[in-house]
Ligand binder design. Structure first.
Ligand code: FAD
Ligand code: SF4
Length: 508
């Protein structure tokens, strides 16, 4: 009797555990574009188009390789609208009762699949370097789960950038050579862009008709939507941008949205690229002398370090992680996150680029939109929902720990040893946003003062009990305490007034 083999929209890899365990001659691959997955948050239209188009092409490649694929297009009249519903429908159609699934990257879907009244076998997703058991073993008994130590384990495990038992060029981490301010000119012309073919065009028309009202511009659409395109995009990055990746990793520029970033997270997360092919390509470029160690190491760390580590935390912490709110922040997400007018140049540009590209790089997410939400005390659940919706690479296992943990400190410090907050000075140092902003980054109070300056002290003051004793934050509190009392009072009342204007819907 045939079994059903479920392949989800972010499982588009021939080496997927479910496919490896299946019998190509007898089993039926089930793939489905369903309303429930496409609308449980208001996903960016580019993200939906990317996933649907990549799914259609992956299904075609499976058929060409001899698989029988039962594929439900979004508009099929019999499409039940949910993954569970489609499994039941196909079970009926093929008289199957056994289902093989590869574990989804979201508790919501794991729980939904456990409730399906069929015999569901759930296999661990082994496209990641660290299994759940391995991460749990690493985490057990540790007082603090710091990424750096986990990362070293992954270096040893993979042998990437290793010289026997030692790290290549003598150090595990070359970050002190990275993080230079924004350069005057960027030599990288940006990620490889692909002209939509017939399959993509058809999906774009569908998404326009069904999700045209969601936040985000569908066109121009230029993402890769199959493995061979994604590989070409990766090669271009390795050749043209990786050498400077480390140096300018944290910089932001008005005129350049991508700087030296890879823009491959959506491909990797959907399964079009593998962790090892990306990291080996970076290592090869370093070995060939084309890329300095600080760039190769910094880049590989993001993937085998941060990416694997945040996934470990998501599964370790369990289904309630997205509801954590350690700082009890409860302000509603302001309209400016959805494109409402704002005078803050940094926020306006980060949101504009998010709307147009479904992409912003890490520092824009962490130190602009994330920093602002944290300083302003926005409800982390709403912040989480926003990040999950607006980025093409957003899947809960990776988005939630980055948002709830790293960016909003809502998990109480599991991921971040201190909150990622900064005044306008950091944004000014790393970008050219402030030069053309209506606010003045050097003004600390009164008319025209940069809101990040006001809110920074407001944040530290209102969370003094929690952070005063944090060794990494002592300097900040000492600086605050050195200000004269009258000035401190003015900063706090200006911040309060500014927040009140934002809440009242004024353009701030
Ligand atoms: C609030 C917030 C939300 C985020 N949400 C997501 C998300 O939904 N999906 C997602 O893939 N990343 C997320 N990130 C991490 C990071 O911002 C993106 O992976 C990165 O910007 C993707 O762009 P890139 O491919 O150009 O990355 P590059 O800067 O070129 O880095 C290379 C690769 O490293 C990996 N990587 C880098 N940093 C991280 C990280 N912190 N966590 C996991 N992987 C990382 C990505 O796979 C990325 O493609 C988030 C970060 C923050 C602060
Ligand atoms: S002055 Fe402040 S609000 Fe304006 S761009 Fe700079 S940091 Fe952002």
């Amino acid at each position: 009797m045939s079994r059903l083999v479920l392949v989800l929209g972010d499982q588009l890899s021939p080496e997927l555990a479910g496919l490896q365990a299946a019998d190509r001659a007898a089993d039926i691959v089930v793939m489905a574009e369903v309303a429930e997955e496409a609308s449980y948050v208001g996903h960016h239209p580019k993200k939906i188009a990317f996933i649907f188009a990549s799914m259609r092409k992956f299904a075609a490649s499976l058929r060409a390789a001899g698989w029988q694929v039962a594929y439900s297009e979004f508009d099929d009249s019999e499409n039940s609208g949910s993954i569970a519903g489609e499994l039941l429908r196909r079970a009926d159609q093929y008289e199957a009762s056994d289902v093989v699934v590869t574990e989804p990257g979201e508790w919501r879907l794991i729980e939904a699949l456990r409730d399906v009244p069929l015999k569901v076998e759930m296999l661990e997703d082994d496209r990641f370097l660290a299994s759940h058991a391995e991460f749990e073993r690493w985490a057990e008994g540790r007082k603090a789960l710091r990424m750096e130590y986990f990362y070293r384990e992954m270096r040893r495990k993979t042998g990437l950038l290793m010289d026997g038992d030692n790290p290549a060029e003598g150090k595990w981490n070359f970050d002190h050579e990275n993080r230079k301010p924004a350069p005057d000119e960027v030599s990288f012309g940006g990620p490889m862009q692909f002209t939509p073919d017939e399959v993509v065009q058809e999906v774009l028309d569908l998404v326009e008709a069904r999700f045209g009202d969601n936040f985000g511009d569908l066109r121009p659409f230029w993402f890769a939507t199959d493995r061979s395109q994604a590989r070409r995009a990766l090669s271009k990055f390795i050749r043209e941008a990786l050498p400077k990746f480390g140096d300018f990793q944290d910089a932001m520029l008005m005129e350049n949205r991508f700087l030296y970033h890879a823009v491959i997270s959506m491909y990797l997360n959907a399964g079009l690229l593998t962790v090892m092919e990306i990291c080996e390509a970076a290592q090869d470029a370093w070995q060939a002398g084309d890329v300095p160690i600080n760039a190769a190491e910094g880049f590989i760390r993001q993937i085998i370090g941060w990416r694997e580590y945040v996934r470990g935390i998501y599964f370790l912490e369990g289904p309630d992680y997205t509801r954590r709110n350690a700082l009890t922040h409860d302000r509603d997400l302001p309209w400016l996150y959805w494109g409402g007018e704002t005078k803050m140049q940094c926020m306006a540009r980060a949101v504009e680029q998010t709307r147009e590209e479904a992409y912003a790089h890490h520092i824009q997410r962490l130190m602009v939109t994330g920093n602002f939400a944290l300083l302003a005390g926005i409800d982390p659940a709403q912040v989480h929902e926003w990040y999950l919706a607006v980025y093409a690479d957003a899947f809960e296992w990776v988005e939630a720990p980055n948002t709830i943990g790293m960016s909003q400190y809502a998990d109480g410090g599991i991921i971040a040893s201190k909150p990622y907050v900064s005044s306008g000075a950091y944004i000014n140092r790393m970008s050219n946003y402030c030069k053309s902003c209506a606010y003045s980054v050097t003004t600390k109070t009164g008319e025209g003062a940069c809101p990040f300056n006001l809110l920074y002290w407001h944040f530290l003051d209102r969370h003094r009990d929690r952070f005063e004793g944090n060794a990494r934050m002592g300097n900040m509190y000492r600086t605050w305490d050195r200000m004269d009392a009258e000035r401190r009072k003015t900063v706090l009342s200006d911040a309060q007034a500014w927040l009140a204007r934002m809440e009242a819907g004024e353009v701030v």
